[in-house]
Design a protein around this ligand. Structure first.
Ligand SMILES: Cc1cc2nc3c(=O)[nH]c(=O)nc-3n(C[C@H](O)[C@H](O)[C@H](O)COP(=O)(O)O)c2cc1C
Length: 330
């Protein structure tokens, strides 16, 4: 029988299937179900910088409309809201650690340098085994150069890493001019893992009522090809653990990511669609494939990927459909 245990961020996992940050990892009851069905680890629902700011603004409007420009009140409410969010997450970590034996990765979603290091410290004190930073700033100014935005990402990560001893990973978007370069520089700050990729909320347009609506929340089964490409391209070039996220909906998806060099996979959408019991099915599929291929460990899959995949990465570097269209003319 195959041994699925592996390491991610230096932490021992019983298998490489991690439940990614989402609503399913936001309560102790739901996390217990994920753990009982075999999840290797969970990334908690993120603490959102944007949400804290919105709540702060609403509180100011509601409670302090008449306290115009009273900075002391501003500070008090800002502190209070942040403290509430942190306390809730710290309590969740404590309860999950008590109720399960799986590693808990806390998650912070931030877009500015701010005080995230103090949040990170609190989450570490609460017992988080690691921290995932989900950083994305939607560029809104056409005058803002990519370099300046990259510098913010690097400063956030550097600052957090300087203030905690638990391993820190960074969840990335694919939207960089040179993804490999930012990945390399993030690794240089001390990030122990990189997650490829976050999936964003996408607005859509309702053409009957002419209004903006929400696009599809869940990923599709074919979406895995983007993280697969990048993990294949970068796995030999970086030392950080590469974690796959987006579009992993079945055992084949896990196997492909491991062959490409991923330390593990994060799943979310597929568990919303199929329920937590589907974790077992995916792990069973992985085990069966390993047995069929006579592979005993996750490292055997990594080695097989290295040997069997082309030594030159041209296939994953190719981006234009030149030949495809040449061969498919109708
Ligand atoms: C309902 C829902 C809530 C999510 N919430 C978060 C979150 O709080 N923080 C985060 O980093 N990612 C969040 N994500 C993104 C997932 O962690 C994951 O990166 C993304 O959905 C792609 O993986 P998937 O194809 O397995 O769904 C959320 C995804 C979904 C579907």
């Amino acid at each position: 029988m195959a041994n699925l245990s592996t390491k991610y961020l230096g932490i021992q996992l019983k298998n490489p299937l991690v439940v990614g940050s989402c609503g399913l990892t936001g309560s102790v009851e739901s996390i217990i179900k994920l753990a009982n069905n075999g999840a290797g680890a969970v990334v908690l629902k993120s603490i959102f910088e944007e949400e804290i700011q919105l709540e702060f603004q609403e509180t100011l409007k509601k409670e302090l409309g008449y306290q115009d420009n009273n900075l002391e009140f501003f500070d008090y409410y800002d502190y209070q809201i942040k403290n509430d969010v942190l306390t809730k997450t710290a309590e969740l970590i404590g309860r999950v650690k008590e109720a399960t034996d799986i590693p808990v990765i806390a998650s912070i979603n931030c877009r500015s340098v701010g005080e995230w290091f103090s949040y990170a410290q609190k989450l570490q004190e609460a017992g988080a085994d690691a921290l995932e930073l989900n950083i994305f700033k939607m560029p809104q100014q056409t005058t803002e150069a990519a370099d300046a935005i990259d510098a913010v990402y690097l400063r956030i990560v550097e600052k957090v890493i300087a203030h905690v001893s638990i391993p820190v990973s960074v969840k990335l978007s694919p939207y960089f001019t040179n993804l490999g370069n930012i990945a390399h520089r993030l690794e240089g700050t001390g990030a122990k893992g990189l997650v490829f990729f976050n999936r964003f909320y996408n607005p859509d347009i309702d053409i009957d009522n002419i209004r903006v609506t929400s696009g599809a929340v869940y990923s599709n089964i074919g979406d895995y090809v983007l993280p697969l490409r990048w993990i294949s391209l970068l796995s030999g070039k970086l030392k950080a653990d590469l974690m796959a996220s987006t579009g992993i909906h079945n055992p084949e998806g896990i196997i492909k990511m491991l062959l490409a060099g991923a330390a593990g996979v994060q799943v979310a959408s597929v568990l919303y669609k199929n329920g937590p019991g589907y974790i077992r099915d995916m792990l069973y599929g992985l085990e069966k494939w390993m047995d069929k291929k006579c592979l005993n460990t996750i490292d055997d899959i990594h080695q097989l990927g290295k040997q069997a995949m082309p030594a030159n990465p041209e296939l994953f570097e190719r981006v234009q459909f030149m030949r495809y269209f040449g061969e498919h003319n109708g």
